[in-house]
Design a protein around this ligand. Structure first.
Ligand SMILES: Cc1cc2nc3c(=O)[nH]c(=O)nc-3n(C[C@H](O)[C@H](O)[C@H](O)COP(=O)(O)OP(=O)(O)OC[C@H]3O[C@@H](n4cnc5c(N)ncnc54)[C@H](O)[C@@H]3O)c2cc1C
Length: 292
């Protein structure tokens, strides 16, 4: 497609959140651009050609994080690099996932808000956000609302955002026990997940959170695996995990997935791999708990 002056999108660059929300209300079709690591690929390959681009990278309110009671509010424009360096103690699952995203260059630009906005089934932030029970903060000129992350994704690359809304932050519970994240790809770095898995133990409530990535139209939880582990882990004695419990946990995680065959892997391989990832994550997290 030839680009002419008429094709050039309108480029809006607000510097405050109020301006950004007003711009989105005035231009509901505007495509937000935060780090640009996803959308620039689409623009370069002519996958989409929005008439209006809404650059959020200069909105200071979106670039901060702060503690909010027992949660951390991570602004939509906080980059992966900052999550790794600044939030690994409090949000270890999210930081582990952030560490696996792309390359240093992608992690310097890419953001949690962009990962949510893209809503790719392979988004690496999504499983740890599910496992920890995070809420997505979305805002528009009509007000701000919190959407549980499990309800935020409505399909492949589809979200619960209204046309006049932006993701402004994600509210993630602070660490309540060991957390893990593991991802399978065709190589060790710069790779989109064939499948991924996140685990979060709450050692006070004695509950187990899960998140499955890249094995369904949206990220998924494995409720039966969570219930099994919560009921049967030896929380009191901190004994080693029974091999049958770890195996059954893996099987239930694999059964909760809804994978398809695609260029990155088959559905059968994804189920097999998820069972292994889930078993490993449970063992790693439990070992950390035993040694604490
Ligand atoms: C080489 C390469 C490697 C990659 N590797 C990985 C990987 O390993 N794991 C992974 O998960 N991803 C990966 N990605 C994809 C991408 O880096 C991530 O999805 C990243 O989180 C996108 O963030 P961003 O800020 O760059 O988003 P952008 O590109 O700015 O935006 C992405 C989408 O979200 C929308 N959006 C942006 N901000 C908002 C907002 N505040 N509210 C609502 N919608 C918004 C945009 O309109 C767009 O549709 C890779 C990309 C590249 C190019």
């Amino acid at each position: 497609m030839t680009t002419t002056a008429l094709d050039t999108p309108v480029f809006l660059r607000p510097t405050t959140l109020a301006e950004a929300l007003a711009a989105k209300a005035a231009h509901p079709d505007a495509a937000p651009i935060t780090g640009g690591t996803d959308i620039m690929v689409e623009l370069n390959f002519d996958v989409r050609r929005p008439a209006v681009l809404l650059d959020l990278s200069e909105v200071a309110e979106l670039r901060t994080w702060e503690r909010d009671g027992d949660r951390v509010r991570v602004g939509a424009a906080v980059t992966y690099t900052r999550i790794v360096h600044e939030l690994a103690d409090e949000l270890p699952g999210l930081a582990l996932a952030a560490r696996t995203v792309g390359s240093p260059q992608i992690r310097n630009r890419g953001t949690v808000g962009g990962n949510l906005g893209a809503a790719s089934p392979a988004g690496d932030c999504h499983p740890p956000l599910l496992a920890t029970g995070a809420d997505v903060e979305v805002a528009g000129v009509r007000g701000t609302r919190l959407v549980p992350v499990a309800e935020f994704f409505t399909g492949v690359k589809r979200t619960a955002l209204a046309a006049d809304e932006l993701v402004t932050a994600v509210l993630v519970p602070r660490k309540r026990g060991p957390q893990q994240f593991a991802k399978i790809g065709t190589r060790n770095a710069m790779v989109i997940a064939v499948c991924s898995f996140a685990l979060a133990l709450d050692t006070s409530a004695r509950t187990v959170g899960t998140g499955i990535g890249s094995a369904g139209p949206t990220p998924l939880r494995a409720p039966q695996a969570q219930e099994l582990a919560a009921a049967e882990l030896p929380w009191e004695s901190r004994d080693d995990i029974d091999v049958r419990l770890a195996t059954r946990f893996g099987e239930l995680v694999a059964a909760a997935a809804r994978p398809i065959d695609d260029v990155r892997g088959t559905a059968a391989y994804r189920r097999l791999a998820l069972a292994v990832l889930a078993r490993r994550c449970l063992r790693w997290a439990w070992q950390e708990y035993r040694c604490a």
